[in-house]
Write a protein that binds this ligand. Sequence first.
Ligand code: C2E
Ligand code: MG
Ligand code: MG
Ligand code: MG
Length: 293
Amino acid sequence: RAKASGKGRHTVFEPAMHAALLDRVELEAELRDALRREELTVSYQPIVELATGRVTGFEALARWTHARRGIVPPGVFVPLAEETGAILPLGRWVLARACSEAVRWRADAPDAPPVGVSVNVSGRQVEDPSFVDDLRAVLTATGLEPSSLTLEITESVIMRDSETTLRFLREVKSLGVRVAIDDFGTGYSSLAYLQRFPVDVLKIDKAFVDQVAQGGNDAAIARTIVSLAETLGLRTVAEGIERPDQHAGLRLLGCQLGQGFHYARPLGAHDAAAFLRQRRGGEGVAEETTLRR
Ligand code: C2E
Ligand code: MG
Ligand code: MG
Ligand code: MG
């Protein structure tokens, strides 16, 4: 921990903090190389219809396996990439990857209902003037039907600057791409804003899913989000469903879609395709999956 030292007010770093700083500087440099070194991958977590167990799509989640450090969690490298700007090339790469994967799911079963893909988009990308051109280029290059793509933007980013956000949303929507508000309920949405923003989906944050079957405040918030979504004509996805009671509770509240370890962990591309083939074979709801990654 840093201490201010008396008069001069120098900051005195203890060795552990010095090491942590060095580590961070190193990590920043390594993140810039990670793409080139092919250390990044994308995992796909199924999103299922609560009433039927049908897989309607997957959320693409970036993964970094560092040659020496091993797995660096997204909670560490995503904020770092946002600070340094590396999130722009990283985000473009994830988007392109996810869209090609979704085209492959479609090609696997051309007559089955389309399976969508959701991609997280950071605040930096929302502010990036070339984002929409890049998006258009990726859609053209991959041939993905725009309505099969959903961009996830966190509630706090959406609420940051309404003019930039509105312009971004209008451009994205004009391409036919969908938009979800991620981690909904954790920010401070103004209802007036929400009504103005052309979004399609609210993702109920895991925080309100945890205790949903126990009733109480979390369940009340989840119920409020679902009825708000109904009023605005939006779909709801509950995040972080881990247990059958949460699945049942959310289904009862009228939440349409869910995502969580109860159905499947984020899966490598190969396992995601296998999961989809298995579910398309007409299996019912939510036996614990044997595919864990
Ligand atoms: P998120 O977009 O809210 O993604 C959901 C997170 O919840 C994922 O964590 C997922 O693995 C985790 N999760 C899913 N089901 C469960 C569950 O049942 N229990 C628990 N405990 N966790 C569950 P992950 O993959 O570690 O990603 C964390 C965050 O990093 C994401 O939160 C997202 O904000 C960010 N992120 C990941 N990939 C990308 C990316 O490509 N671009 C950007 N901008 N952000 C990304
Ligand atoms: Mg997300
Ligand atoms: Mg989320
Ligand atoms: Mg979340």
